[in-house]
Design a binder for this molecule. Structure first.
Ligand code: HAM
Length: 427
C-alpha cells in the first residue's frame, strides 16, 4: 500500500479547540449554569449527540434553515438515518416521552449542557459546532412558568456579570389564531412582492413567519409596517401574553416588545423571547427560547404544554471578554517537585505520591533537566512552591522548600513537609 505523506491536520472549519487557557471561562459559565439550575430546581439530563433524523425534521420544521440546509445527516453502517443534534429541545422531549417522565410531578424541569451541530457559514460567533446551556420546563401552560424561564435566563446572564443586555419578547399565537395572522402577513407581503429578496420570495410561499426574520435592508423596510402577530392573538393567547407581561413586570425584568421576533424553529407557540447584547442586536443573540405547547403531541405524546430556553456558550465567552469581566482562575497543582540525581528521583516519586495521598496537588519533574531548568518550568506552571531534593537531602531525610514568588528557601524534615504545605496553601 502506498504510504500517505505525513501532514498537519486542522480542526474542521467552524469548530474550535478549547485550550487550557480558555477553560477558566468555560468552567465559570458551566458553574453558574449549574448553580442557577439548582436555585430554580432544574435537574440535569444528557441525551445522545445524535438521534433519528426524523425527530428533528418533525419538530424543528422541514422549511426551517436548520432542517433544510444545516443538519449533519448521514446513514450509519446499519442504514439508519442519523443526525448530529442541531438543537437540544427535541431530544429532551423524546427522552421525556421515552422514559415516562410524564408520570413525575409537573412541570418536569430539566437542563443540559451539550455540543450542537449546524452546518452554517462560519463567522464571528457562528460555528458549525457550538455549545448550548439549555433548559426545559415540561407539562404546564401557566404563563408564570414562561416568566420563570425568562427570569432564570436573565438572572443567569446577570450572575455571570454581563451588563447592557436587552430582553426581547413577542407572542406568536397558537394553532387557532396563527393561521389568521399568516393570511394577513401573506396578503401584506404579496403587495410588496416586487421588492422582496429571492429568499423571502420562497418564504412567502413556504414559511411566511420567517419573512419577519430577514435582515436584508429592503426586507427590513417592508417588515417595519407588516401586521403584528400580537394583534391577531385569540382571547386565550391574549390573556396568556398579558399575564406573562404582568409577571415580568412584577419580577422587574426590563423586556422590550419586538413584533419581528419569530425565532428560527417552527415548534414555538405563544411566547418567544431572546436576550441580546444591547450594542449588537440579533446577529449575536446570547440566547433564546419560548413556549412549544404542541411539540410533544407532534412527537406522539399526549398534549403537553412546555417552555424552554438555550444560550450559546461561545457567545457568552465573547461577551465576558468584551465586557472585561474578571474570571476566577482555575486552581492547578501549586507544588512542583524538582530533583538532582537518580537517588533523589526515586525519593521525589515517593514524596509526590505521599503528598497526593494527603490531597496536595503536585507536578513532578521528569527527565534529566538541570535544577535551573526545572525551576524555570515550576515558574511557568505558576507553582507557588518548589520542593527540591538532592543527594544531601536524601541522606539527611530533608527537603528544600522554595517559595517561588520570594525565592526564600527553607530546609525541612520530609515528615513535616505535608503539614507545612497544607498550612501554607490554606493562606
Ligand atoms: P436557538 O436560538 O437556535 O434556539 O439557539 C440558542 C442559542 O445558541 C442562540 O441564541 C445562540 O446563542 C446559540 N447558537 C445558535 N447557533 C449557533 C452557532 N451556529 N454558533 C454559535 N452559537 C450558536 C434553540 O436551539 C432552541 N432549542 C432553544 C430553546 C430551548 N427553545 C425552547 N427551549
Amino acid at each position: 500500500m502506498k504510504q500517505e505523506k505525513a501532514r498537519l491536520y486542522q480542526a474542521p472549519r467552524g469548530t474550535a479547540d478549547i485550550l487550557p487557557e480558555e477553560q477558566a471561562h468555560w468552567r465559570y459559565i458551566e458553574q453558574e449554569a449549574v448553580s442557577i439550575c439548582r436555585l430554580y430546581g432544574y435537574e440535569r439530563i444528557d441525551t445522545p449527540a445524535f438521534e433519528d433524523t426524523r425527530l428533528f425534521s418533525r419538530s424543528i420544521g422541514e422549511e426551517t434553515d436548520i432542517v433544510s440546509k444545516e443538519m449533519y445527516t448521514f446513514s450509519d453502517r446499519g442504514g439508519n438515518q442519523i443526525t448530529l443534534r442541531p438543537e437540544g429541545t427535541a431530544p429532551v422531549c423524546r427522552a421525556y416521552l421515552e422514559h415516562g417522565l410524564k408520570n413525575r410531578p409537573k412541570p418536569v424541569r430539566l437542563y443540559y449542557l451539550a455540543p450542537i451541530f449546524r452546518y452554517e457559514r462560519p463567522q464571528s460567533g457562528r460555528y458549525r459546532q457550538h455549545h448550548q446551556f439549555g433548559y426545559e420546563a415540561i407539562g404546564d401552560g401557566d404563563p408564570a412558568l414562561d416568566a420563570e424561564v425568562i427570569d432564570m435566563a436573565w438572572r443567569f446572564f446577570r450572575s455571570l456579570g454581563l451588563e447592557r443586555l436587552s430582553l426581547q419578547l413577542n407572542s406568536i399565537g397558537c394553532k387557532k389564531c396563527r393561521p389568521g395572522y399568516l393570511i394577513a402577513l401573506k396578503a401584506y407581503y404579496t403587495g410588496h412582492i416586487k421588492n422582496l429578496c429571492p429568499d423571502c420570495d420562497r418564504r412567502l410561499v413556504r414559511n411566511p413567519l420567517r419573512l419577519l426574520d430577514c435582515k436584508r435592508p429592503n426586507c427590513l423596510k417592508i417588515a417595519a409596517s407588516a401586521p403584528k402577530s400580537s394583534e391577531y392573538l385569540c382571547p386565550a393567547c391574549q390573556e396568556h401574553f398579558s399575564q406573562l407581561k404582568r409577571y415580568l413586570a412584577q419580577l422587574e425584568l426590563p423586556f422590550v416588545l419586538n413584533h419581528f421576533l419569530v425565532r428560527g424553529l417552527d415548534y414555538y407557540t405563544r411566547t418567544v423571547f431572546e436576550i441580546q447584547p444591547e450594542a449588537e442586536g440579533a446577529q449575536s443573540t446570547l440566547g433564546g427560547g419560548g413556549r412549544y405547547d404542541d411539540l410533544i403531541a407532534e412527537l406522539g405524546g399526549p398534549p403537553t404544554p412546555a417552555v424552554g430556553f438555550a444560550a450559546g456558550v461561545e457567545r457568552i465567552v465573547v461577551n465576558l471578554k468584551r465586557q472585561d469581566i474578571a474570571i476566577p482562575p482555575l486552581a492547578g497543582p501549586r507544588v512542583f517537585i524538582a530533583y538532582i540525581g537518580d537517588e533523589a528521583r526515586d525519593e521525589a516519586a515517593r514524596l509526590a505520591a505521599g503528598l497526593r495521598q494527603d490531597g496536595i496537588g503536585v507536578i513532578q519533574a521528569v527527565g534529566s533537566k538541570s535544577l535551573k531548568a526545572q525551576l524555570r518550568q515550576a515558574n511557568s506552571l505558576k507553582s507557588r512552591y518548589a520542593v527540591i531534593i538532592g543527594e544531601q537531602e536524601v541522606n539527611t531525610g530533608t527537603v528544600v522548600l522554595r517559595d517561588m514568588a520570594s525565592s526564600e528557601q527553607k530546609i525541612l524534615a520530609v515528615k513535616s513537609l505535608a503539614e507545612e504545605l497544607q498550612a501554607r496553601l490554606c493562606n
